[in-house]
Design a protein around this ligand. Structure first.
Ligand code: PLP
Length: 390
């Protein structure tokens, strides 16, 4: 079956964070939102049908999570990522963002240092600081249009109270799919310096042609022992509003520490529709995902070509994975506030502002490319007109 990613789904006035934010916050009703990371596509038809079936039942009481839920996740990780995980390695989380905070509390003590590789998904900062830990910044090195890790800087930054590193793999917002040698080098350092690694792999299924995601925990048994990985169907199948993600760790002691935080926070009961969605998406969503990835790759090509040919003041940083990309806007010579306002109020397109991810991304904006081609074309045309009209 061919899936349709071209039809524009009207998401306005649906309490969509992405689509209704500009109206609610800025009073602007005609802005194309290309910010928060969800997609303007319906979830796979099997997922929609399963939720409709469950919704039609009418009784939405407490659920117990069936064995088939776990089996579906285990089979997905095996088939898609050649990662053999055991049922005892898995636990639930009501989202990766809450899992980050639970893990910070589980694996570090107040005042401890936690490493992040900036610019990076900004809830990492909140998970560390709002739980009374210290951010240790290990900025990525930007070289032309690509980013790499700076391990020499990391070695210098780790002190006696640095306990954990939060890895973003694939990386949001720079779009890197870390290679095996890069992960090996990072992993070797984490083993040597005795850091726990919290590996946020929520974008693991979203790689572009020519790039393969390697789960960090598969690199070596030593690394598997100190890694806790977050995975979820939420980005992959556009079910983020259903609050269901998973924690994976081969280290039973780390998992037990996570579970005690999970219990203390009273998270025992799962979200009914999230439970249905995860199981069905992982069991039946592969064909839909393959087609989505083709569509996203074509969107990346389209945006890259459009910006190169028609908006040369901007530079598109081609991602290797995720459906997010940085745009280098420094060629416009505007301070960040002016730049953000220019896109919102003049071009009528809303992005994630680069510095949200760290000061290293000043002069950048992050675009979300997961929309029908017509929406993407309209947004890029708006930007082209606004820049020409300056
Ligand atoms: C790296 C990363 N982690 C976590 C999340 C959000 O996870 P959740 O919706 O499961 O809390 C996102 C969403 O953009 C993300 O990019």
């Amino acid at each position: 079956m061919r899936h349709d990613f071209d039809t524009v789904l009207d998401r306005r006035h649906t309490h969509s964070l992405k689509w209704d934010h500009c109206r609610d916050t800025f009073g602007l009703d005609d802005v194309i939102p290309m910010w928060v990371a969800d997609m303007d596509f319906a979830a796979p038809p099997e997922v929609v049908a399963a939720i409709e079936r469950r919704a039609a039942h009418g009784a939405y009481g407490y659920v117990s999570v069936p064995e088939s839920f776990w089996e579906s996740a285990i089979a997905w990780l095996e088939r898609r990522h050649q990662w053999t995980v055991n049922r005892r390695w898995l636990q639930r989380a009501p989202g990766v963002v809450p899992a980050l905070s639970l893990c910070v509390n589980a694996f570090t003590a107040p005042g401890d240092g936690v490493v992040v590789q900036t610019p990076v998904y900004y809830p990492f900062f909140h998970a560390i600081e709002k739980n009374g830990r210290r951010i240790v910044r290990n900025p990525l090195l930007a070289n032309g249009g690509t980013f790499r890790m700076d391990l020499a800087d990391l070695v210098r930054k780790i002190d006696d109270r640095t306990r954990m590193l939060i890895l973003c793999s694939p990386h949001n917002p720079v779009g890197r799919v870390w290679t095996r040698p890069e992960l090996e080098a990072l992993g070797e350092l984490c083993v040597r310096r005795d850091l726990v690694v919290l590996s946020d792999e929520i974008h693991m299924d979203l790689t572009l042609p020519g790039h393969t995601h390697v789960p960090l925990a598969t690199i070596s048994p030593e690394l598997s022992e100190r890694t806790v990985t977050c995975v979820a169907p939420s980005k992959t199948f556009n079910v983020a509003g259903l609050s269901m993600s998973l924690i994976v760790s081969g280290n039973s002691e780390l998992l037990a520490r996570y579970e005690s935080q999970f219990d203390a926070a009273g998270l025992e009961i799962a979200n009914l529709f999230g439970t249905v969605a995860l199981e069905v998406a992982y069991r039946s969503g592969a064909e839909w995902l393959d087609q989505l990835l083709e569509y996203l790759a074509a969107n990346v090509d389209f945006a890259e070509r459009f910006i190169r040919e028609r908006i040369p003041a901007l530079r598109f940083i081609r991602p290797e994975g995720t459906y997010l990309a940085l745009i280098d806007c420094r060629g416009l010579g505007m301070p960040q506030k002016e730049l953000d306002d220019f896109f919102l109020r003049t071009a009528r397109v809303y992005f994630d502002s680069g510095p949200w991810f760290g000061e290293e991304a000043t002069g950048f904006e992050r675009i979300n490319l997961a929309c029908p081609r017509a929406t993407l074309a309209e947004a890029l045309q708006r930007i082209e007109r606004a820049i020409r009209g300056r």
